[in-house]
Design a binder for this molecule. Structure first.
Ligand code: TYD
Ligand code: MG
Length: 456
């Protein structure tokens, strides 16, 4: 039997210590440890004294079991795309995002859509009263949807309420940070409480077969506050992102046991709630300033869907000892790499210049395929040469300066062609370009060719 006594839990990452210390060894945060009584042992979790209690199954004998649990499709296409084709019964999903980004709005819309299709849906709000939730639903024109509302923060009470009446298909807990369990002896809001509450709710989902969605707040540095531990316990983690100044929001999968994690869903916040954006490229390219140096259109792919975005670069002489490098929507280290390659192999002198890079529209690009568009935008801004507005760019740049082929070139080209582009600047290698969507294909093997092309 393990020693029982007070433990100290880091409120930032959930690491547990047996004595107090000033700094958490696990995440490096100072003064984040607080004393918490140890959780009581779970009833019924005694050891079985050596008698076998579990059962094993042959994998193929379970074939029929998975078919009688079809996915619950919300009907909101952009949401279903990210979950991998609908919610899985008995699964638990964590959705994180900054306050005010629209998590409650999105989930209320999903609840209303499912309730209108005849399923029992329960929306538990720990932050707003039922009156406030109803007001929001009214504003979105969903006040008539038969969603069960509850303003409750104690998980035992919630689970008891859920047990009454028909079994719910979907339960939304808004938010997990407001929940507390009577079985855990620490203050609400602490990591131990969040973890204990999440455990109880997950156990309910697994035994009842309801799909459970937990809302999680995000801290300033973009992590789901406190319950990092919860991320490991749930089946899927989605993040809802967006720039304050822009109306559109991106739902992105970070972990998904039942689908791909690279799909994104795009929404626009309107006065009537969130509306789906089925053609994100048109949205991201709207309002493009065509005749300016430093802008290049990147033909990207998010999951299975091609997305065109404008990459903007500004290269300006610096007045600082160490020039500035600032990036929005792309990786800092990737920009540093492209700059180093352009200096070494492209003959550009950037040491006396500040460099700013921005992905227009608030999208975050993760693909290395954006290297070529970034390089073109940088060279264009430095030289003042305007890039042709009807061209798209894609290709990965190696440290040697070679331009490497990237995946799904065909889909990128077709999307560009659909949006009226006429040419694509792309790697010389690679096969699957297909017919190129009718675009003029201009292939490059090395950054020196790109630099020479832009300068000419
Ligand atoms: P909300 O869903 O409450 O955010 P979260 O749950 O992530 O904290 O969304 C709040 C913001 O959305 C708020 O600033 C107002 C805006 N909003 C609209 O613009 N239109 C709408 O129809 C609704 C319901 C909210
Ligand atoms: Mg909310």
């Amino acid at each position: 039997m393990a020693k029982r006594g007070p433990t100290y839990t880091c409120q930032a990452c959930g690491a547990v210590y047996h004595r107090w210390q000033g700094k958490c060894d696990s995440c490096g945060t100072w003064s984040s440890l607080s004393e918490e009584a140890q959780a009581a042992p779970v009833p019924g979790a005694r050891s079985s004294g050596g008698k076998p209690r579990g059962r094993v199954f042959a994998l193929e004998s379970l074939k029929g079991d998975t078919q009688d649990a079809p996915r619950i499709v919300s009907g909101i296409g952009e949401l279903d795309r990210v979950t991998g084709g609908g919610f899985v019964p008995g699964s638990v999903l964590l959705i994180g995002g900054n306050p005010g980004i629209g998590k409650s709005t999105l989930l209320m819309q999903a609840c209303a859509a499912l309730a209108l299709s005849g399923r029992r849906v329960v929306y538990v709000s720990g932050e707003e009263s039922t009156g406030q939730v109803r007001l929001r639903a009214e504003r979105m024109g969903l006040a008539e949807a038969p969603v069960d509302l509850a303003a409750e923060t104690n998980v035992e009470d919630i689970i008891a309420t859920l047990g009454q009446g028909t079994r719910p298909a979907l339960v939304v807990i808004d938010s997990i940070q407001t929940m507390w369990s009577g079985e855990v002896e620490s203050a609400p809001g602490t990591v131990t409480q969040v973890r204990g509450s999440a455990q109880a709710l997950i156990r309910y989902a697994k035994t009842s077969g309801a799909c459970m969605i937990l809302v999680g707040h995000v801290t300033k540095d973009g992590q789901i506050a406190g319950p990092r531990v919860v991320e490991h316990m749930v089946d899927a983690v989605l993040s809802f992102e967006g720039e304050g100044a822009h109306a559109f929001r991106i739902l992105r999968g970070q972990k998904n046991r039942f689908g791909a994690t690279d799909e994104i869903g795009v929404f626009e916040m309107t006065g009537m709630g969130l509306s789906e954006v089925t053609n994100p490229s048109a949205l991201f390219l709207a309002g493009r300033d065509q005749a300016a140096p430093g802008a290049a259109v990147f033909a990207g792919v998010e999951g299975t869907r091609p997305v065109l975005v404008e990459i903007q670069a500004l290269v300006a002489p610096t007045s600082l000892g160490t020039p500035r490098r600032a990036v929005v929507g792309w990786e800092n280290s990737r920009l540093a790499m492209v700059l180093a390659v352009l200096e070494t192999h492209g003959g550009l002198r950037l040491g006396q210049h500040d460099v700013y890079l921005n992905v227009a529209g608030g999208l975050r690009v993760n693909e290395p395929a954006a290297d070529l568009a970034v390089a073109a935008a940088l060279v264009s801004s430095l030289t003042g040469a305007i890039l042709p507005a009807e061209s798209v760019y894609f290709g990965e740049i190696a440290l040697s300066g070679a331009i490497r082929p990237v995946s799904v070139a065909g889909a990128r080209l077709r999307e560009a062609s659909k949006l009226g582009f006429e040419a694509a600047l792309m790697p010389s290698g690679g096969a699957d370009a297909g017919d190129g969507g009718g675009l003029q294909l201009r292939r490059f093997g090395h950054v020196t060719e790109l630099v020479a092309d832009i300068a000419s």
